[in-house]
Design a protein around this ligand. Structure first.
Ligand SMILES: *Cc1c(COP(=O)(O)O)cnc(C)c1O
Length: 349
């Protein structure tokens, strides 16, 4: 059974969080002289950015709740979902003692974040069909395994993980199971967000960087039980989401239909691009994808990668990655960009 107070690092459990001026006073007032802010606006034209933002972003969480259906108390907002990955490790993993488990080939930040935090990494590779090796995952769990990272749809392979496999991991592990749903908008798979009340050890990662088109604004989410979200709030830096990002996201959330339209278009382009790639004689496999990118197995991938670069086209060379020999990961672009890529590949020999 998952017991939150046992999972959290003892120091984090006991520590007193930073208390900002706005934590101590949050009511209406006429004169705010409590936070050492500049009474004038931002240089040069006094733009209204001189006050610190609210540490917990209640207005944005409320809007997310209305549009996406997650309860505000189950939401942590981070400077990208990468911040949530890092904080999760700092909440649950004692440096030089605890470990996490990842399933390569997968998103690189889980391992990087672990290294930075002096947390050991246990790898249980995906099976050749890029699905979870559930018996091996369960067998490899140690007393000091604190977090298991699952990514569905998975980066860089593009496939979604079987729901029944994820369920077995969730039920068979006393620590936190993270399901990174960065690409869920491009998938036919349902989100696990609806299952949050059933699993106190479940954390779901979402991002505004992909389907929402806001990678430059740095906004990501962790969804979890309100009790676990409290620990995110306890350890995060006080003003982690800036006012410009909050204002932009507040407005963007009013246009959910636009997102759906955009996602449908990208999926259409994805299908066309898959067909074009499959028709190339040097392409050995176009893997099924539930994301906005396609993993392609192609003869002499490193040479093809270099050839494309020299034509000014950058794709991701994954040919050195476990289970991805001779693979390139190609993001679905605009129709024009995709056509430039396909034409370049057609004239490669
Ligand atoms: C792109 C991506 C993210 C997004 O990270 P942000 O910090 O929110 O931009 C998260 N997880 C995976 C698997 C990704 O590919």
């Amino acid at each position: 059974m998952f017991i939150l107070e046992k999972w959290v690092r003892p120091r984090v459990l006991k520590m007193k969080p930073y208390s900002s001026a706005r934590d101590e006073f949050s009511g209406e007032a006429q004169v705010f002289l409590d936070a050492n802010e500049n009474p004038f606006g931002a240089i040069p034209n006094d733009a209204p950015y001189n006050r610190y933002p609210h540490p917990l972003q209640p207005e944005l969480k409320q809007r997310i709740s209305e549009v996406l259906g997650f309860l505000p108390a189950t939401i942590f907002l981070g400077n990208g979902s990468d911040e949530a990955i890092d904080l999760l490790m700092r909440i649950g993993c004692e440096p030089n003692q605890d470990e996490i488990m990842i399933m390569p080939p997968t998103y690189g930040m889980y391992a990087v974040s672990a290294e930075i935090n002096s947390v050991a990494i246990r790898e249980v590779p995906l099976l050749p069909d890029y699905q979870l090796n559930v018996p091996e995952i369960l067998a490899q769990i140690q007393p000091n395994t604190k977090i298991i990272f699952l990514c569905s749809p998975n980066n860089p392979t593009g496939n979604r993980l079987h729901e029944s496999d994820i369920l077995q991991v969730l039920q068979g592990f006393d620590g936190v199971v993270v399901i990174d749903e960065a690409y869920i908008d491009f998938s036919t798979q349902a989100s696990w967000a609806g299952k949050l009340p059933d699993f106190p050890n479940l954390v779901i990662l979402r991002t505004f960087s992909k389907a929402w088109g806001m990678a430059a604004l740095r906004l990501g989410m962790a969804l979890a039980s309100p009790a676990l979200i409290q620990f995110f709030n306890k350890v995060k830096s006080p003003y982690n989401i800036n006012v410009l990002t909050q204002a932009y996201a507040l407005d963007a959330l009013q246009h959910y239909a636009k997102l759906q339209e955009r996602v449908a278009f990208i999926i259409q382009e994805r299908e066309k691009l898959q067909a074009s790639l499959l028709a190339l004689p040097t392409v050995q496999a176009v893997y099924p994808t539930d994301a906005n990118f396609i993993l392609v197995k192609i003869q002499n991938a490193p040479q093809v990668y270099a050839y494309l670069l020299q034509k000014g086209i950058v794709v991701r060379n994954r040919s050195n990655v476990m289970l991805c020999q001779d693979c390139l990961r190609i993001t679905v672009g605009t129709p024009e960009e995709n056509s430039v890529l396909v034409k370049a590949l057609q004239s490669y020999n």
